[in-house]
Design a protein around this ligand. Structure first.
Ligand code: PMV
Length: 324
């Protein structure tokens, strides 16, 4: 049987950094994210006797380390049913990979939904999120819709669910591509460095308060507080990355340059805030009423290679157009 799933990139507002259990992808802290409508993965999965071996094609290529990780996830799913069928997987991202835009999150969410549907396993949203987490931690947050919280939970209970619907608040997110080189150190490796950093313990001590404050800001649609919290949070995560051993410096010169520009725009009374993940590219948050002004700024900036403007999106779902 064949199935195709669409899944959004999710962008963390409160970050997942540091794994308590590296095999189960259990986080040290809960995290909050939004799904992005303009950045996504589409994956078609077919199990069939007609295939002699498992095949995985990601953006037109068969890259060994990525393929191995995909097949490992397929084994997890295939072991839930009694089948010898081989699989063909074709997956397409609509954005450049390895730039700190989490292709693994949308990728493993789409793969989980397409593969379980192709095998006719009817899983609940909670079970899909749990299963996607095993492929890549943050993938659990691309299953539910809108604003999402991944409660850290424990071994048997760590999954994400919607905290506010996608239509709750008409904020916009501009993802700006400043640099396209793949990152040198993956987040998988980076997560393992966090615990040995003394600042990490301070972070964990304070993070629940920050989560409560952010949820309150989203609930009240309090954009200024929302922006302050997400910026402090991303800078805190990057401070921990930079002071790890070895240090992780995901910023490029362009990143610093643009962050300063955002501070300046705010001084000129344009409310815009940023966050970034394990890579040099920035995601800007603004209100829909300021979209025109923001686009003007982005269009005039020569350092920006490309940008995508998103609304808050739905979660992973099945689609009828197959990729093969
Ligand atoms: O799911 P991973 O292992 O790719 O980790 C994601 C880590 C960050 O993107 C930096 C933060 C997050 O919460 O998404």
């Amino acid at each position: 049987m064949k199935a195709t799933a669409w899944a959004p990139v999710n962008l963390a507002l409160i970050k997942y950094w540091g794994k308590k259990d590296k095999d189960l992808n259990l986080p040290w802290n809960s995290s909050i994210s939004v799904n992005l409508s303009s950045l996504y993965t589409i994956t078609t999965v077919e199990f069939s006797k007609k295939y002699r071996r498992d095949t995985v094609i990601i953006d037109g290529e068969k890259k060994k380390n990525e393929v191995d990780r995909v097949i490992q996830h397929i084994e997890r799913i295939r072991s839930q049913v009694d089948t010898e069928d081989r699989v063909k997987i074709v997956t397409r991202n609509n954005f450049p990979k390895g730039t700190g835009i989490a292709s693994s999150a949308s990728g493993f969410a789409a793969l989980t939904l397409a593969a379980t549907s192709a095998l006719n396993l009817k899983l609940s949203e909670k079970d899909l999120s749990t299963l996607a987490r095993l492929g890549s931690g943050s993938a659990c947050r691309s299953i539910p819709s809108g604003f999402v919280e991944w409660k850290k939970g424990d071994k048997n209970n760590s999954y994400a669910k919607t905290i506010f619907s996608k239509d709750h608040w008409s904020i916009r997110i501009a993802t700006i591509i400043l640099d396209e080189q793949p990152k040198e150190i993956s987040s998988t490796q980076g997560h393992l460095l966090a615990l040995s950093n003394p600042f990490f313990k301070v972070r964990l001590k304070n993070i629940n308060k920050k989560i409560i404050a952010l949820k309150q800001a989203i609930k009240n649609k309090d954009f200024i507080n929302f922006g302050k919290i997400i910026e402090q949070e991303t800078l805190e995560m990057h401070a921990i990355m930079m002071t790890s051993n070895p240090p992780l410096l995901y910023f490029s010169g362009n990143t610093v340059f643009f962050i300063k520009k955002i501070f300046l725009l705010r001084k000129k009374r344009l409310p815009v805030f940023f966050t970034l993940d394990a890579g040099p590219n920035l995601h800007l948050f603004f209100l829909s009423k300021n979209e025109k002004q923001i686009k003007k700024v982005l269009d005039e900036d020569k350092n920006i290679k490309k940008y995508y403007i998103s609304e808050v999106a739905t979660g992973a779902h099945l689609v009828s157009d197959h990729l093969f």
